[in-house]
Write a protein that binds this ligand. Structure first.
Ligand code: APR
Ligand code: PHB
Length: 389
């Protein structure tokens, strides 16, 4: 087989890239390790920046998003029983849209299939060969032997545990990492969300987040220790702890119910540099990870995909290599700003095991400053709704 761009990974990054390239008449093949059903069964955050919404509109994947998504003009931040609102529209003129990432991926799959774009599922032992030569090709194991895809370029959209990042020689790559000393215990329940907007809660017992998927599907998180296990938490224990971390007025109206999903996710900040080696380009979680506090994972993958699509389209249209040569530096400039915001927002809201009494005073003082300062709120709002591409 031969194609112009081999895309490794059929998650949001790979699928969005395949559709953007298709619009430019650029051929691609998506190679996905799992089944489509497995990919579409993943539960993930869904706070969409306008930049991502614009890309989804461009590839004809925004109809359901606009019909079923929820426009959020702001968010709530609480500390103890105090609560205040950050008005995104007042400070930036833009809202965010709450629409499950699973639905985004479902829409991308529907569009790829409608376009007849080739996808290969359950590929095993994918290997990237000759990325630094003119004989670049991807191989993978099949029941009958080994398959080969010759390509001009490879887009590594295979997430944090994929093969792409590891295919860049370690001597040419530098990783930056921060592992947080806690995780998030998340629960999905078929209950009415406690509030129309998200509540990011700092409490003496730890962070909590009240989010939602629709009017009858709520998503809640509480900070937990790294050695905790989801099975250690009964639904009753979870609801009791969540109520203890949000303002009493909100806790009083919280509708509880059976969890339909309960899991713990670790938190990490991670970036690898560069995001390009020869004919291999990294996008999304393959290159960077953020703590979910700022909802920047999917949205930063989107800006990578935007930059790479633009670079490849320019190359195929003009023969210029300026775009592809500048991709890594351009993508990383926005990646690091998303890393900074996610790290800062996590530091503002979580309780850290090694925090001193002074540190706690600084955290509350920062929350009080944020509450009182339009300039501080504008800065948060600009990052949350999405910095420019
Ligand atoms: N070969 C082929 N596919 C692979 C391989 C491999 N060796 N390794 C991983 N994959 C697939 C995974 O099964 C997954 O479907 O690559 C895809 C990577 O998707 P994500 O992990 O979702 O990463 P990305 O598409 O960059 O999305 C970034 O969306 O999924 C969220 O948390 C993520 O918010 C972040 C954003
Ligand atoms: C979610 O709804 O899962 C969600 C929302 C916002 C975040 C993280 C997760 O910052």
């Amino acid at each position: 087989m031969k194609t112009q761009v081999a895309i490794i990974g059929g998650g949001p990054s790979g699928m969005l890239l395949s559709l953007l390239l298709h619009r430019e008449g650029i051929e691609s093949v998506v190679l996905e390790r799992r089944t489509k059903e497995h990919v579409l069964g993943r539960i993930r955050a869904g706070v969409l920046e306008q930049g991502l919404v614009g890309l989804l509109e461009r590839v004809g994947c925004a109809d359901r998003l606009h019909a079923e998504g929820y426009v959020h003009d702001g968010t709530l931040i609480s500390y103890g029983d105090e609560m205040f609102r950050i008005d995104f529209v007042e400070h930036t003129g833009r809202p965010v849209i709450v629409y499950g990432q699973t639905e985004v991926t479902r829409d991308l799959y529907a569009a790829r299939e409608a376009a007849g774009g080739p996808m290969v599922f359950e590929v095993e032992d994918v290997a990237i060969n000759g990325a630094d030569t003119d004989a670049c090709h991807v191989t993978w194991r099949t029941p009958g032997g080994t398959a080969r895809l010759d390509c001009d370029f490879v887009a590594g959209c295979d997430g944090f545990h994929g093969v792409s990042r590891r295919s860049i020689p370690a001597a040419l790559r530098k990783d930056y990492e921060k592992v947080y000393p806690f995780g998030w215990l998340g629960v999905l329940s078929e209950t009415r969300p406690v509030n129309d907007e998200l509540i990011y809660a700092n409490s003496p017992r730890g962070f909590a987040l009240c989010s939602m998927r629709n009017e009858r599907l709520s998503r809640y998180y509480i900070q937990c220790s790294l050695d905790d296990r989801a099975e250690n938490w009964s639904d009753a224990d979870f609801w009791e702890e969540l109520k203890a971390r949000i303002p009493a007025g909100q806790a009083a109206t919280l509708e509880t119910g059976p969890s339909i999903e309960k899991s713990i996710a670790p938190l990490r900040s991670f970036v690898t540099e560069p995001m390009r080696w020869g004919r291999l380009f990294l996008c999304g979680d393959a290159a960077h990870i953020v703590p979910p506090t700022g909802a920047k994972g999917l949205n930063t993958a989107a800006s990578d995909v935007h930059y790479l699509h633009e670079a490849l389209a320019d190359h195929y249209a003009t023969g210029s290599t300026a775009g592809i040569d500048g991709y890594s530096q351009k993508a990383l400039r926005r990646v690091w700003k998303a890393e900074r915001f996610s790290w800062w927002f996590s530091g503002l809201l979580h309780r850290y095991p090694d925090q001193s009494d002074f540190d706690l005073k600084m955290q509350i003082a920062e929350l009080e400053f944020l509450r009182s300062s339009p300039a501080a709120q504008k800065a948060l709002a600009e990052n949350y709704v999405g910095l420019p591409y």
